[in-house]
Design a protein around this ligand. Structure first.
Ligand SMILES: [Zn+2]
Length: 176
């Protein structure tokens, strides 16, 4: 799914969008913004899609909450006018934003607790898609994935907004 061409689309000139520069010492931008120039519209599209290909490529700082996130964060997508897109977590920190407690943008991509949960939810969905629940219980599925029943249900609901059983029922309806 990862195509380098998509990522390189981000590297366009759009320096005027970094409005925190106006309030900061000019010496900030060669360090934080001069390396990679992000196109804010493409960032916002990636944010709306929670596109994992952009994780670690940019961060979104939300002016109203003063919090910054990774593009894959599950929190409600902020309005475009409240977003600033930054290429480094350090730039967001420097501009006075706090890291989101949910997506942990200060951690390197691949290590946050949220991604682990997301992988578990997707593995669960995959097994359900294979009709695992037709012949096994939810507890057996959890055991197969190496987690507790309760943990699996919580993570699944966080990711998809439905329970594993509801998800399975929907799948069956769609396939019937
Ligand atoms: Zn977040």
């Amino acid at each position: 799914m990862t195509r380098q061409g998509d990522i390189s689309l981000l590297y366009l000139d759009c320096q005027t969008e970094f409005d925190f520069r106006k309030r900061r010492a000019p010496s900030l931008h060669p360090v934080y913004c001069g390396v990679v120039n992000l196109n804010p519209d493409q960032c916002y599209q990636a944010l709306l899609a929670r596109d994992a290909r952009f994780d670690g490529r940019f961060f979104v700082a939300v002016k109203t909450t003063r919090i910054y996130c990774r593009p894959i964060c599950r929190v409600k997508t902020p309005m475009r006018k409240n977003c600033q897109f930054l290429s480094h977590a350090a730039a967001a920190e420097a501009a006075g934003f706090r890291p989101c407690k949910r997506c942990r943008p200060e951690l390197a991509p691949g290590n946050s607790p949220m991604e682990v949960s997301s992988q578990l939810a997707r593995s669960t969905a995959y097994q359900i898609g294979q009709d695992f629940l037709a012949e096994h219980s939810l507890a057996e599925l959890a055991k197969k994935l190496g987690v507790t029943d309760r943990q699996m249900r919580r993570v699944f609901h966080d990711e998809f907004g439905v329970s594993p059983v509801e998800f399975w029922q929907t799948q069956r309806l769609l396939l019937a």
